[in-house]
Design a protein around this ligand. Structure first.
Ligand code: NAP
Length: 259
């Protein structure tokens, strides 16, 4: 399917690896020029080079912490007028509800709620003026069903979801859509780290941890960054203009719910 976005310009944050990279790759395949970001310059430059070589699009790489004011300002300056914004950042650490103090909550809110909101506030006015725009926020299945060890994610991402629900309806009249993609378990460095932590705390091998998790997912596997990226690119396409303010779960059927 031609997504109808060849020649558009996208900013994808936290995109040297994992789900962010999956989104950047799928947009590049659709002919979109990219500005991508991550903190580590080496992996970021390598990703940029691989995407340029594979898809022949322009890729600008800005190494910066997207959660810091200075990092975000540098990324936004390099990005300029973008048609598409995909927000992403690292997820918070696991623990239990009694572990976290105010500073932990502020850090999670900064990364997973206030950073995507600041990015939207910077990019939405230009999109609205030009009469076309697409925003996809990478959030989590924890918004639909809480994950016990990820209380910081449960809390911060729900705040973002509320902001998007209200804002999406205010920018849609100008041809701008905002939607959230909710990953269930996907095969990335992040899930490796979570599985390693579970293996240590439960005294089981990583293979045993994974086998038990696969039993809870009807698809019996983790998702891939490529599958995730394809869904993101569709939401950014010309065909998705009537999808407004939605939360789309990509979890292999893991959350057992009718709606
Ligand atoms: P990942 O494989 O660990 O990749 C994270 C990417 O984000 C890397 O490119 C990393 O590069 C970059 N990054 C992290 N913090 C950053 C920051 N402050 N500024 C700029 N770039 C930053 O993670 P993932 O699995 O793709 O997860 C992406 C998001 O989805 C996370 O918020 C995660 O919690 C959420 N999620 C993932 C899953 C899953 O199963 N994978 C499920 C639910 C939710 P640098 O480290 O070099 O900065």
């Amino acid at each position: 399917m031609d997504l109808g976005i060849r020649g558009k310009r996208a900013l994808v944050t936290a995109a040297s690896k994992g789900l962010g990279r999956g989104c950047a790759e799928a947009l590049a395949e659709a002919g979109v020029d990219l500005v991508i970001n991550a903190r580590g310059a080496e992996a970021l430059e390598q990703t940029a080079a691989e995407i340029r070589a594979a898809h022949g699009v322009e890729v600008t790489a800005i190494a910066a912490d997207i959660v810091s004011d200075a990092g975000r300002a540098a990324v936004l300056e390099a990005a300029g007028a973008v048609d598409i914004l995909v927000t992403n950042a690292g997820g918070p650490p696991p623990g239990i509800w009694s572990d976290w103090d105010r500073a932990d909550f502020i850090a999670a809110l900064d990364a997973n709620m206030l950073t995507p909101i600041a990015l939207m506030q910077a990019c939405l006015p230009g999109m609205m003026e030009r009469g076309w725009g697409r925003v996809v926020n990478i959030t989590s299945q924890s918004v639909k069903a809480p994950i016990a060890v990820l209380g910081l994610s449960n809390a911060a991402r729900t705040g973002l979801t509320g902001f998007v629900a209200g804002t999406a309806r205010q920018v849609a009249p100008q041809g701008v859509t905002i939607n959230n993609l909710l990953p269930g378990a996907h095969d990335t460095d992040r899930i490796d780290a979570m599985d390693r932590a579970a293996s240590e705390s439960q005294g089981k091998s990583i293979a045993e941890v994974r086998a038990a998790k696969f039993q809870t997912i009807p698809a019996r596997r983790y998702g891939t960054a490529a599958e995730f990226g394809a869904a993101c690119a569709f939401l950014c396409s010309q065909h998705a203009g009537y999808i407004v303010g939605q939360n789309i779960l990509l979890d292999g059927g893991g959350i057992n719910a009718t709606l």
